[in-house]
Design a protein around this ligand. Structure first.
Ligand SMILES: [Zn+2]
Length: 473
């Protein structure tokens, strides 16, 4: 049975198509989760199995989150890790995360997904890398299927414990043979490379200071053999740069190059501490980056040179990062922060020294290109994310693409007085809850509430597990 969906009367529909069309009184028509028509309401079919009246709403392509650790919603803002940077922050969490059970993984995944869906997110990549206490990535994949969101899961890993010079305690890392065997199992069981795929697998060793060179090499070999993508944290902090310089006498990017870890099937989380040559290396090898502004501010990590990446043609998307370093899984908030943080750079002397036009005021026409606009930030959250995840079937509202989109009610206090430009208003004004979120042609959020699942009992369960994990010390 074919299922059809019609969206009509949107105050404005942001397509993100090649012309970046914004259609007043717009809408779309979809069949079986694929968009068949986009245009003015008057040009669309009048009937469908499901009709959404988007009057006084703005409709946008679903946001794509390119970096998260959903299980960390169990460990938001733990006091010992509130006011410190990455390495001691990780030290305060490793043992707690290692206690994550299958049930805790499911609850925390659902909580993170619900929070994301309420902020307009329709595709989620999760970077899980602590698989102890019976936890497996399967529980996340099942949770995402039950929730109805498009999910890229990672069989992440850590193998370099403290006794071998790594950062994590020995009892938080895994044996490398087990990691590789489970990676093969997970890819064979779940990875779906097809158009409109709801589930993909990524191999994601955690970071330079928690995995061995052998694991990086083996992961790259297996990923190429199976046709899945590679992901890791890179250039997040100066501590990391010091680690690879002292241990391997290489900067993180040149170190990764040794293992065939630069390419169009690779993207890195953060990519903050790079020089201009490394930005060119990213562009030349076509590897991507997930920019996570809230986490980078929370941990005092630094500011990624996003405008420089964009100018160089590097694939770049946004990520909320794990909920222990950005305690909100809110893509609309993250997109706003990306726009604001890029602007903060204008007022700071860059670490590499004065820029070409640095002496001119930031408002000078010669410096106009340094400003991140609201529409550029929205592009990062949509098309940018799709490029990072190597998907040509999501990221815009266009014929042939997946019916993944969300709407915001413009008739709210937060947007009152800003409707001269409703598209920019959604970032310049305070983030509002999504009114409606649709994934694969199915409504998962309606009138600002999660409707695909009864989430109240999950909140209770999540709080129970969160307490247990922290008390387990
Ligand atoms: Zn992360």
């Amino acid at each position: 049975m074919m299922r059809s969906l019609l969206v009509k009367n949107a105050h404005v529909l942001v397509t993100m198509d090649p012309d970046r069309k914004e259609i007043a009184d717009g809408g779309l028509y979809a069949e079986d989760g694929i968009i068949k028509q986009v245009g003015k309401t008057s040009e669309l079919p009048a009937r469908a199995d499901r009709i959404i009246d988007a009057s006084s709403q703005i409709v946008l392509p679903g946001f794509i989150n390119t970096h998260h650790h959903l299980n960390q919603t169990l460990t938001r803002n733990i006091p010992a890790a509130q006011d410190t940077n990455l390495f001691p922050w990780l030290g305060a969490h490793y043992e707690v995360w290692a206690r994550t059970t299958p049930e805790a993984s499911r609850a925390s995944t659902l909580i993170g997904l619900a929070e994301l869906a309420l902020s307009g997110c329709t595709t989620v990549f999760d970077h899980s890398y602590v698989f102890k206490s019976g936890n497996k990535v399967d529980y996340q994949i099942e949770a995402a299927k039950d929730f109805g969101i498009r999910f890229h899961a990672s069989r992440g890993s850590m193998s370099l414990g403290e006794s071998h010079g790594g950062l994590p305690p020995d009892d938080c890392v895994e044996d490398e043979r087990d990691i590789m065997n489970d990676s093969v199992r997970v890819i064979d069981r779940y990875h779906d490379a097809s158009h409109g795929s709801m589930t993909r697998i990524v191999l994601a060793p955690c970071s330079p200071f928690s995995v061995s060179e052998n694991l990086l090499r083996e992961s790259a070999r297996l990923a190429r053999d199976k046709g899945v993508m590679l992901h890791t944290h890179l250039c997040e902090t100066l501590d990391e740069e010091r680690f690879t310089l002292e241990r391997y006498a290489k900067r993180p990017v040149e170190w990764m190059e040794e293992f065939d870890w630069l390419g169009p099937d690779v993207w890195f989380a953060h990519a903050i501490h790079v020089d201009d040559d490394e930005i060119q290396t990213f562009a030349r090898t076509q590897c991507g980056a997930a920019h996570c502004p809230c986490s980078n501010m929370r941990l005092g990590s630094g500011i990624a040179p996003v405008k420089k990446y964009m100018a160089a043609g590097v694939r770049i998307g946004l990520g909320v990062d794990g909920s222990a370093s950005n305690d909100a899984s809110n893509m609309l908030l993250e997109t706003r922060q990306a726009m604001l943080l890029a602007r903060l750079r204008l007022g700071l002397l860059p670490p590499e020294g004065p820029r070409k036009y640095y002496l001119l005021p930031a408002s000078h026409p010669l410096r106009q290109g340094e400003w991140m606009t609201a529409r550029e930030a929205i592009e990062l959250a949509t098309l940018g994310g799709a490029r990072v995840l190597q998907r040509d079937d999501i990221g815009s509202v266009e014929v042939g693409k997946c019916a993944d989109f969300f709407s915001l009610d413009l008739n709210t206090i937060g947007y009152a007085g800003a409707l001269n430009d409703p598209v920019a208003a959604i970032l310049f004004c305070a983030p509002q809850k999504a009114h409606t979120t649709v994934v694969n042609g199915e409504v998962i959020v309606e009138a600002g509430e999660v409707t695909c699942m009864d989430i109240a009992p999950v909140i209770e369960e999540q709080n129970r597990w969160s307490r247990k994990l922290l008390e387990g010390a």
